[in-house]
Design a binder for this molecule. Structure first.
Ligand SMILES: *[C@@H]1O[C@H](CO)[C@@H](O)[C@H](O)[C@H]1NC(C)=O
Ligand SMILES: *[C@@H]1O[C@H](CO)[C@@H](O)[C@H](O)[C@H]1NC(C)=O
Ligand SMILES: *[C@@H]1O[C@H](CO)[C@@H](O)[C@H](O)[C@H]1NC(C)=O
Ligand SMILES: *[C@@H]1O[C@H](CO)[C@@H](O)[C@H](O)[C@H]1NC(C)=O
Ligand SMILES: *[C@@H]1O[C@H](CO)[C@@H](O)[C@H](O)[C@H]1NC(C)=O
Ligand SMILES: *[C@@H]1O[C@H](CO)[C@@H](O)[C@H](O)[C@H]1NC(C)=O
Ligand SMILES: *[C@@H]1O[C@H](CO)[C@@H](O)[C@H](O)[C@H]1NC(C)=O
Ligand SMILES: *[C@@H]1O[C@H](CO)[C@@H](O)[C@H](O)[C@H]1NC(C)=O
Ligand SMILES: *[C@@H]1O[C@H](CO)[C@@H](O)[C@H](O)[C@H]1NC(C)=O
Length: 670
């Protein structure tokens, strides 16, 4: 059944010895080099053109593996590129003529076991390349893998091997770049948690807010007028209101509450990045009219009062095994400063040498240095070096979004920062960051909407990295570009109770968030059936957009898409107050949208801690109604959760393509 290794050796030696470009193995006449749009535009990759960078795939090893499923693993690299790849081919009997390919800019070439097993369970082989900016390496692997698979499976060359690309977040940029600039390399794609604009930049002043002690709690009721204005701004720009329930997640690293969260990451990483492309921004912020640093308002006062500048001396520099400084101990630290992400400026007798960001621990006078900081700058530090600590940039970037209003008015949520005639309310920077990030990550792509193959997009309602309306924006681009071909080629789904985490959630978070892997597994299967068998996939989500907020209908029948809807109540009420030891009766109604399978499981987390202790036996079907009683034996406020899974074929036993959702309610136990 399996091809002897010698066939590979032949392929390998063809590549090695004859130094034949890959494409010439596939087509009888030598193919032309792929062309680039303009001088620096995205490369247009066809099924047989040659990418001059990724034209020498080299197979380094091939092994037969039996975990997580039996498969032939072919590992290799593209010569001289730093890009490795792996091809995971299940046995011939399980294979149905296709492959799935995950893309993410910083991934390695090793697919995780579930990815390999899911592909095999879907009659596909899985492939994965080292992440890169853009889609070119992925495209080269997609093409090369077809040759490898044809040999391994002895596939008739006249039969198409279908290829499906998918990627989330940064990987959605790669995916969109690929869908707009490749032709016949993939047959369609799934883009997940898509953010054509860098949503991070719009968290803005609210990132200041979450720093304030006492800022925790219900943001809506505990805010004063200034706070409400800030909330109104970030809400209009697209940060979904419900996200604030995860106050720590928006503000802090939720895996490590004493560490750094999104707002902190933004400052640690964004300060050096924005400084690099827009070096005068901070000075302008603190001196020019129209910026928060000079604005005569309570919010302007808050910014100015938070400004700290402090001089101290390095006592000790600690380095890693390679001699790179990772931490410094200082003589003294400022009495008050936002400790995450201030800038440290090194001053020697030669003057200011340069800056780095870091995290300050005022208790121990230690500062950990942000990894990736400029090593030339760090090398200038020794015992006795003078250091200036300040938060000028750290504060200034929280207002950056006001000065980054897209000129393209189709980015409608930014109307909040525009006058009615379209002119921006605040001075604009010459440099626009989001398009730079977007273009680089998409391999030069510009989100034209002109997709060359079918595309399913999934964005998540509680995502504070990629705002839901961004996907609505891209949908309108596709609509414009495709016209009446639109509904034959595109779907947009919103998942409820999901955020940006592609992988396993911390347990506590599962009380309010679902693992959305099963959703995109199903979208990949829908795509494959759409392409190969012309099976029209389920409708996208019905939704409306109001003031930057995406709003979903409440019933499965009106919302459509594929996610079940779960209502958890106490006989219709969403809140109940009971005494310790009293019987509480929960009512659950769960329903899948039309023609999207059946509910296959229902689990309880009565305390809202992410511990789904009780699996409830149910009758598998499109609608499930159950009543359950529970007794709370301690006083408190609880947010119990019920989690259901639907599965397209109603398979209770499979771990794949289980589509989750949760229902929640409130219990006060006196
Ligand atoms: C691989 O790249 C190196 C230089 O990076 C080159 O010397 C060598 O000939 C290349 N090998 C093949 C098979 O292309
Ligand atoms: C590849 O990346 C994954 C996820 O970050 C990691 O768990 C795994 O150890 C990495 N594998 C290799 C071979 O580097
Ligand atoms: C936001 O920033 C984080 C941390 O840098 C990054 O992981 C994430 O991809 C960013 N999201 C967007 C949409 O830019
Ligand atoms: C509003 O609340 C913030 C944060 O708690 C506080 O810093 C500020 O002084 C309050 N008052 C005004 C007028 O902004
Ligand atoms: C968040 O916390 C986890 C757990 O401590 C840690 O592994 C991770 O590196 C942290 N992330 C950042 C950006 O600090
Ligand atoms: C810190 O040192 C710099 C350079 O010597 C000086 O310009 C600045 O005024 C000092 N700042 C404070 C707060 O002392
Ligand atoms: C690092 O800092 C030095 C000194 O300021 C500068 O010349 C160099 O360009 C910087 N390197 C990078 C990669 O930014
Ligand atoms: C979209 O791309 C195709 C080529 O794939 C081109 O023929 C067509 O004109 C483009 N449409 C738009 C609206 O740019
Ligand atoms: C709670 O309700 C259930 C179901 O109605 C019943 O079986 C159970 O005996 C009740 N327990 C108490 C303590 O009332």
């Amino acid at each position: 059944m399996n091809q002897p290794i010698s066939t590979y050796k032949w392929m390998q030696s063809a590549i090695f010895l004859l130094i034949l470009p890959l494409a010439s193995l596939q087509s009888p006449t030598p193919a032309a080099e792929c062309i680039t749009l303009g001088t620096s535009g995205p490369m247009q990759i066809t099924s047989d053109c040659i990418d001059p960078t990724y034209n020498f795939p080299i197979v380094d090893s091939e092994t037969d593996e039996d975990s997580p499923i039996q498969h032939r693993k072919v590992s290799g690299h593209f010569n001289g590129t730093g890009i490795d790849f792996n091809i995971y081919m299940p046995e011939k009997a399980r294979w149905g003529g296709k492959f799935f390919q995950l893309s993410y800019p910083t991934q390695n070439a090793t697919a995780d076991p579930e990815t390999v097993a899911f592909a095999a369970d879907s009659s596909a082989y899985a492939i994965q390349a080292t992440g890169a900016l853009g889609y070119r390496a992925d495209a080269a692997l997609a093409k090369f893998s077809r040759g490898v698979a044809r040999v391994y499976y002895q596939q008739d060359p006249s039969l198409r091997i279908y290829g499906y690309l998918y990627g989330g977040s940064g990987g959605s940029f790669t995916t969109i770049g690929a869908m707009e600039n490749t032709f016949g390399v993939w047959d369609s794609a799934v883009a997940l948690i898509q953010a054509p604009l860098s949503a991070n930049l719009t968290i803005g002043p609210s990132a200041l807010w979450v720093d304030f002690p006492g800022g925790t709690g219900d943001p809506l009721t505990s805010l004063n007028e200034t706070g409400r204005a800030v909330l109104e701004e970030v809400t209009a720009l697209g940060l979904q209101l419900k996200v604030w329930e995860d106050f720590e997640g928006v503000g802090q690293n939720r895996s490590n509450p004493s560490g750094t969260g999104l707002a902190d990451i933004i400052r640690l990483l964004a300060v050096p990045q924005i400084r690099g492309v827009d070096p005068t921004y901070s000075d302008d912020f603190w001196s020019q009219p129209g910026y928060l640093g000079t604005e005569k308002s309570p919010l302007g006062d808050i910014f100015r009062n938070a400004l700290v500048e402090f001089n101290t001396t390095v006592q000790q520099v600690e380095t890693d095994s390679e001699g790179t400084p990772i931490e410094i101990i200082l003589d003294d630290t400022p009495p008050f400063i936002i400790t995450k992400g201030p800038e440290f400026t090194i001053i020697t007798e030669r003057g200011k040498i340069g800056q780095f960001t870091g995290i300050l621990d005022a208790g121990t006078n230690r500062a950990s240095i942000q990894p990736g900081s400029n090593t030339t700058v760090l090398a200038a530090m020794a015992k006795g070096t003078q250091i200036q600590i300040d938060n000028r940039w750290n504060l200034a970037i929280r207002g950056y979004h006001r000065h980054q209003v897209p000129t393209d008015r189709s980015f409608y949520a930014y109307d909040y920062l525009r006058y009615s005639n379209g002119e921006p309310r605040y001075p604009q920077r010459e440099v626009m960051l989001a398009p730079i990030i977007s273009r680089a990550t998409s391999g030069g792509g510009t989100h034209t909407g002109n997709i060359t193959a079918k595309l399913i997009v999934m964005d998540n309602m509680l995502d504070y990295d990629a705002f839901p309306w961004h996907a609505d924006w891209y949908k309108s681009k596709v609509q414009q570009a495709l016209g009446d071909r639109f509904s034959d080629n595109y779907r947009l789904h919103f998942s409820d109770n999901a955020d940006h985490s592609m992988y396993t959630l911390p347990q506590a978070q599962t009380a309010r968030l679902i693992d959305f892997r099963g959703l995109y597994e199903q979208y990949l299967r829908d795509l494959s059936a759409w392409v190969e068998k012309a099976v029209t996939p389920p409708d996208g989500t019905k939704y409306s957009v109001d003031n930057g907020q995406v709003v979903l209908p409440l019933t499965a029948a009106s919302r459509r898409s594929i996610q079940p809807i779960v209502d958890l109540t106490f006989g219709g009420e969403s809140h109940i107050q009971v005494s310790v030891g009293q019987n509480v009766t929960f009512t659950v109604h769960a329903e899948v949208p039309p023609a999207t399978g059946a509910i296959v499981s229902l689990e309880w987390d009565f305390y809202g801690v992410g511990d789904y202790v009780q699996q409830h036996a149910i009758q598998v079907g499109p609608v499930v109604d159950v009543e359950v009683t529970h007794i709370y034996d301690a006083t408190g406020f609880y947010l119990p959760s019920v989690r259901v899974a639907s599965q397209r074929t109603g398979d209770q036993d499979t771990s794949f393509a289980r589509v989750l959702n949760i229902g929640r309610a409130r219990v006060t136990v006196k």
